[in-house]
Design a protein around this ligand. Structure first.
Ligand SMILES: *Cc1c(COP(=O)(O)O)cnc(C)c1O
Length: 392
């Protein structure tokens, strides 16, 4: 079965992914099975998406009920799930308005459009420059690639969208030299996820906010990976004590369905007018029904407290394992480096032994479902420890 599936995939799917040698058939909680009945503990959540794990009972119920009632209308009409979701997100965060799209890259595209329009409306047509950080990741569209501060992603896709410049993470002086009279926004991830699970320093983020406030530059937080409870607060900016003008969200928001969102504050919530932006699928009732369920669960303070506790538990256990160094952990977003071997080698070996983990450059990256049980954590860690013992 597996070989057939793999051959079909390789024949008909564009060759953009380096997949692990596994085909997943079904899952529940933080565990899944392949077509031969082999089971895996999942420390990756489909790259931080399955925030409630595989096929969470209330989520399945909400999504299937919505699928049976109303699947899609387009944004020409009002529907209930998207309005409910927008209200929930605003109530939880204090943001004023939301725009819904379908992915992280799209959420960032929309935020970039808002920043440009804000700059042009207030300061004229050349006020459109956006600063991002070296080693950032903001998506795969031509504009979000331009925003991404990693040359490897840029090769072969020139010309990219103009108007981006890259400053060194943690270096406020470098940011200040990149900012000029035409700078409209600074876009950052608080933890560079794809870049290696590298959190920004609190003082640097505070300095960014101050700089933005002084110069009326919009601060945009790309919380596509860090959002929706992943780091132990509903959004990660809470832990930095800042209030970005725009927050982008996706990955974990839908609990496994494609949805992206832009949260806008008082300053930015009315920048777009009728016709300025749109999406055929954005705010789709089924995706929003899934997201409503996720937000109902993850938005509870006790739930977030558990995320923080599980994260601390994982860090403690990891710190005692061989070859593990420099653990970065906020909630259930965890990365660590190895003092020997490669992250790719560890991930491949873990898969063979029944544990799904992610990598981010040199780091092993763990983004387990936020609902993972301690039993599942222990099972996964036992596999990881076994694998780490064998690497040289
Ligand atoms: C994954 C990711 C994106 C891109 O999201 P897609 O849904 O794949 O378009 C953007 N920004 C960050 C920080 C991400 O982790």
């Amino acid at each position: 079965m597996f070989e057939q599936l793999k051959a079909q995939d390789q024949q008909y799917i564009m060759n953009t992914y380096g997949r692990f040698d596994v085909a997943i058939k079904s899952g529940k909680g933080a565990s899944c099975e392949d077509f031969d009945g082999k089971s895996f503990i999942d420390f990756g959540s489909g790259i931080g998406v399955n925030s409630l794990g595989y096929c969470h009972t209330a989520w399945v119920q909400a999504v299937t009920a919505q699928a049976g009632q109303l699947n899609h209308t387009s944004n020409l009409y009002y529907t209930k799930p998207c309005g409910d979701l927008a209200k929930k997100l605003c109530d939880l965060t204090g943001y004023q308005k939301v725009f819904f799209g379908n992915s992280g890259a799209e959420a960032n595209e929309g935020a970039i459009k808002i920043a440009r329009k804000y700059g042009i409306d207030h300061y004229g047509p050349s006020h459109t420059k956006i600063i991002t950080l070296v080693n950032s990741f903001h998506g795969r569209t031509v504009t979000t690639l331009a925003a991404t501060g990693q040359d490897v992603f840029h090769q072969s896709f020139f010309p990219l969208t103009e108007g981006f410049d890259y400053a060194l993470a943690g270096d406020i002086e470098d940011v200040k030299t990149k900012v000029d009279e035409n700078t409209a926004a600074i876009l950052v991830e608080f933890i560079q996820g794809e870049g290696g699970v590298l959190p920004l320093e609190k003082t640097f983020v505070k300095q960014l906010e101050t700089l933005c406030q002084e110069k009326d530059i919009l601060l945009i937080a790309d919380e596509v990976q860090t959002g929706v409870g992943r780091t132990g607060t509903f959004y990660c900016y809470e832990q930095y004590g800042v209030h970005p003008n725009l927050v982008t969200s996706a990955k974990g928001l839908g609990g496994g369905l494609p949805i992206g969102a832009i949260l806008a504050d008082e300053k930015t919530c009315k920048v777009f007018g009728a016709g300025d932006h749109g999406s055929t699928f954005g705010g789709n009732p089924i995706a929003c029904a899934g997201a409503n369920c996720v937000v109902d669960v993850v938005g509870q303070p006790e739930f977030l407290e558990q995320v923080r506790q599980k994260g601390a538990y994982l860090k403690e256990k990891l710190s005692k394992m061989p070859h593990v160094k420099d653990i970065r952990q906020m909630g259930l977003m965890i990365g660590f480096d190895l003092d020997t071997g490669t992250s790719a080698q560890v991930a491949a070996e873990c898969v063979r032994e029944g544990l799904l983990v992610l990598t981010a450059k040199q780091a092993v990256r763990l983004l387990p479902p936020l609902t993972i049980t301690y039993e599942e954590i222990d099972k996964g860690l036992a596999v990881l420890e076994q694998v780490l013992k064998t690497i040289v």
